[in-house]
Design a protein around this ligand. Structure first.
Ligand code: NAG
Length: 372
């Protein structure tokens, strides 16, 4: 059936309307079926374009949810279907059935890019895998201390030093994990985004049913090898625009000198300043031998399972949280977790990079420790 372009355009306006959503054409987006896709003109997306003349209310709803912007033509998040695919068919292909408890490759590491005026403040829906860890000490006092990163609907990855050792004496035991947080000081988080007020879903607090610090981690060692751990949540969480898992690197995927990586967090390190809002910072990967030589002067021996980044002049390297992620961006717009914030010298000291646990060195350990 041949439909004239004009008729389709007006049908689109009726179905979609002109919304305030302001993604850029070509940017990454998430379809109503939670697939990773691109936000493009509906005329470049045959699967959705063909569905416009429908009268099926479910498909109309799907089209509405697919709209991701308007730039002279409606932009849609162009996935593989023009209708809802049930969740079970997703987990059937490649999910739990394949003995893999990690999300399928097309469901991790993707976010909605909200444009923000202040360059170092993250967007409301940026980095939806960020987790804040909550602790309680022996007298019942509670505080947020470390950060972590959601890797599946049931597990958060963090640093071992956020789970065992001195932290238990000084901060307490880990009791819960907060997901979908943006501003720790406001109950409802809203941000003026391109002239309209976008409000986030309420953050989700989930109890912890177990912690798995790497068994070879030694909290008294200066080298902090094996500084990695997993947190099992009491229940599985539902993904949304504000809560999504990060991708793990593939075995050979690793950052090299010259790459810039992203540190994200609220600055909850041992020495850092706290920020109420989620912050982001690009840091350069530092040449390993040079970094090792720097830290050797402090009797710290670095290994290949660690990586160094940052330490530039006038760059505050305290944006991240201890236990939080060092993120790497793939060419397709997907993020994966390159490192876990382990330790560093005083924040923002020139010549002293931060030290991160290299996640690709622990892929089999991670996978061995995930349970359904
Ligand atoms: C728990 O933390 C509070 C606040 O920092 C502190 O006053 C209290 O002494 C701590 N209790 C223990 C047992 O460390």
């Amino acid at each position: 059936m041949k439909v004239s372009t004009t008729i389709v355009f007006f049908a689109l306006l009726l179905v979609l309307g002109i919304t305030n959503i302001t993604a850029q054409s070509g940017s990454a987006c998430i379809t109503p079926n939670k697939e990773n896709a691109r936000c493009i003109s509906i005329y470049s997306c045959p699967v959705l374009y063909d569905a416009v003349s429908t009268t099926d209310p479910q498909i109309i709803q799907f089209l509405k949810q697919s709209q991701c912007g308007f730039s002279s033509t409606p932009l849609v998040c162009c996935g593989k279907q023009a209708n809802y695919v049930t969740r079970t068919s997703f987990s059937d292909n490649g999910g739990a059935a394949a003995g893999n408890l990690l999300p399928p490759e097309d469901q991790c590491g993707v976010q909605i890019n909200d444009k923000v005026l202040n360059g170092e403040t993250a967007g409301l829906r940026e980095f939806p895998w960020m987790a804040l860890l909550r602790y309680r000490n022996a007298s019942g006092f509670e505080s947020n201390s470390c950060g972590g990163t959601l890797i599946s609907d049931r597990y958060v990855i963090t640093a071992a030093h956020c789970l065992i050792g001195a932290i238990r004496t000084f901060i307490g035991d880990l009791i819960s994990v907060r997901l979908g947080e943006f501003n720790t000081q406001t109950a409802k988080d809203c941000v003026l985004t391109q002239g309209f007020n976008l409000c986030a879903d309420d953050p989700v607090n989930v109890g912890v049913s177990g912690t798995i610090p790497h068994p070879q981690y030694d909290d008294t060692s200066r080298d902090r090898l094996f500084d990695i751990g997993l947190v099992r949540l009491q229940r599985s969480v539902t993904y949304s625009d504000y809560i999504r898992p990060i991708c793990l690197p593939s075995p050979n995927e690793r950052a090299t000198v010259g790459n810039f990586l992203t540190v994200v967090g609220w600055g909850r390190t041992e020495t850092g300043r706290y920020s109420p809002t989620k912050q982001k910072l690009l840091v350069p990967v530092v040449e390993p031998n040079r970094c090792a030589a720097t830290f050797r002067t402090q009797r710290v021996t670095l290994r290949d399972s660690q990586l160094c980044a940052g330490g530039e002049k006038d760059k505050d390297s305290c944006k991240g949280d201890s236990g939080g992620p060092l993120l790497n961006l793939r060419n397709n717009g997907q993020y994966f977790i390159e490192g876990v914030v382990s330790f560093g010298a005083t924040c923002g000291t020139e010549g002293w990079p931060g030290i991160y646990t290299r996640v690709s060195s622990y892929l089999s350990w991670i996978k061995q420790n995930l349970k359904p």
